[in-house]
Design a protein around this ligand. Sequence first.
Ligand code: HEM
Length: 287
Amino acid sequence: MPSFSLHWILTIDDVCNRFVPTKTNRRRLYIYNTVRSSLKAIIEKREKEVQSGKSHNEDLLGLLMKSNQEEQQGNKNSNKGMSTEDMIEECNSFYFAGQETTATLLTWTAIVLTMHPDWQEKARKEVLEVIGKDEPKFDQLNHLKIVTMILHEVLRLYPSGSLVRETNKKTKLGEYTIPAGAQLLVPLQTIHRDTEAWGEDALIFNPERFSEGVSKASKDLMYFPFGWGSRICLGMNVSMIQGKLVLAKILQNYSFELSPSYAHGPTMPALVLQPQYGAPMILRKLS
Ligand code: HEM
């Protein structure tokens, strides 16, 4: 396993910074409270609808509430299952874990495909061969091999974030001894660009490396944009399907190139790796 650096991320400074009432922290708190109260209102409205027999269980919130209700009834104990607070947190997690990540995956994919028009063309050719100009169908998306290779290569070079882990006891990790309660950052960008794992062309966009699947793309399987193990991303398959669907629809209808005002500057202002100066693009409608 190639070595990578472990960064201690929670320092006294971080803790203080989070609680000092700076302009950014006040805005953060304002957004946090606004999101929570609007989620609370949505949940309470839905609870009333369910009680009056109006609501369907088709969306995520409906399914969450249905399973919660079954849990409570099954246990004949209203303390079991989730509270409204728990449900707010669940909705929060799904929204923030799912929305920004998939949106930035698509943004980086569009950027990279303008930088590599040959791959844009290959992807479009595949989409037109497999789907034509029709509305994409679920099983057709599973046949988009080149598009899948491209998405994997984008997630390798521009993974959404890094993984954070906390030791619950004193732990030996390779040559390091880590005390209990330490937070560790597993830097995906560094691991995904490690030449020992990926070869000398590790920094180059080359979807071909995924042509035989994820397991053969790197030495020692050094690819985990969706995490690994028991906490692996719950939305991994959904986001890949969404990515293929949106990309297929764009490729069917438009060719795209970067605007001359584009400046490359990946940055991570919060949790997700984003293009610092946006992604201005020129789209041309295809006949
Ligand atoms: C390109 C899109 C996405 C990327 C790159 C991504 C990446 C990740 C990563 C790296 C983790 C942390 C895993 C770990 O700590 O080991 C994670 C967790 C999670 N993701 Fe995603 N994600 C994406 C889309 C989604 C979507 C669409 C959803 C929901 C519909 C979602 C829901 C979650 C949830 C609920 C967790 C927490 C899992 C747990 O702690 O048990 N993600 N994701």
